[in-house]
Design a binder for this molecule. Sequence first.
Ligand code: AMP
Length: 413
Amino acid sequence: MKILVINCGSSSIKYQLFEMPEEKVIAKGLFEKIGEEISFLHHKSIKGDLEFKKDISDHEEGMTFIIKILADKEKGVISSIKEIAGVGHRVVHGGEEFTKSVLITEEVIKKTEEYIDLAPLHNPANLMGIKASKKILPRAVQVAAFDTAFHHTIPREVYLYAIPYQLYEKYGIRRYGFHGTSHRYVARRLVSILNKNKEDLNIITCHLGNGCSITAVKKGKSVDTSMGFTPLEGLVMGTRSGDIDPAITFYLIDKGYSTKELNDLLNKKSGLLGVSEISNDMRNLLQAKDRGDKKAKLAIDVFCYHLKKYIGSYMAVLGKTDAIIFTAGIGENVPYVRRKSLEEMEDLGIEIDEKKNKEARGIEARISRESSKVKVWVIPTNEEIRIAFDTYEIAEGRCARNNEHEIASGASQ
Ligand code: AMP
């Protein structure tokens, strides 16, 4: 069964076409700068790589072009668009409503629209992708996988902020958490690598990419996560500040900053970029640090310190920690960050094997010593495969129900 996974940003469409349940990637690509003068499509498939420059005005036009390439007679990988049985969409905010991936109905679209208020940068783009896909592939099962869903198990005393309760009731102000599909994927992957039951493991998952978040997973369930009402809270990120004293915002308002300027400051000009004044990209900062740039080193050290503080607090939350997982661009590739954030924690049961740590780049690997009580792993994330599985299961369920209906009504005989 062919399953297409779509991740729409405001001006981009990232996609992967899978053969399921084999988990085989048949084609993947990224359409960038949609709506701008020239849009770029980088497409890879078992038939080779392709690059296109096009004038694409919106997501519907972009999706139509992608489908055309996928089904192209010469360079395509499917003979007809009818082969695509399901489309899985990454949706950032599912509020309190969506606790797992769901079949997209008009009601689901309506609810996702209501959550635009909570995710103004992401949900509108995700909805554009859903609407385009429904139009272009009307026969395919459409499924939404929410970034927030995995965190629905976080207890009340953890998701509530200590602000007047009526703000939760009136505006839904609470911790939602994000990157749920990634935390869920790596936690499940470790359970399967170790061949254990998820109920037997407590894991801390560190998703360190341009956006960063950390989750305490107790017996397979998220019980706390660092991103909150929005993705701004928690760890230091590429351009986001993570946790700060909220009074800094009032102070800056008194100094003449507008709400928009503050929003830009904390979301786009802070984090690694803000402290280093060089770059939000860890690769650039590591090179600058090696050249002796003090601010680059400081930015990385601030990043590692906050991470270490969260790891320690989640060890307290879990009581017993069996494993820590590093994932995403930085987590998978930067031994310095992993070592720095876990150093001098031997008394807490964490012993890093520096040789293994240095060797583990972009691959699944255990980087703790044999004697380490807490096992430390690098596991590359794969949100797309998780979404493909959820979509496959829902599509299969629907096929099975349709068959039952056909048999019951005699239609298949
Ligand atoms: P992501 O959002 O998961 O794509 O991660 C982006 C972050 O990962 C950026 O800060 C990149 O510099 C960093 N990153 C990705 N690959 C590497 C690498 N090979 N070495 C160091 N940092 C990397």
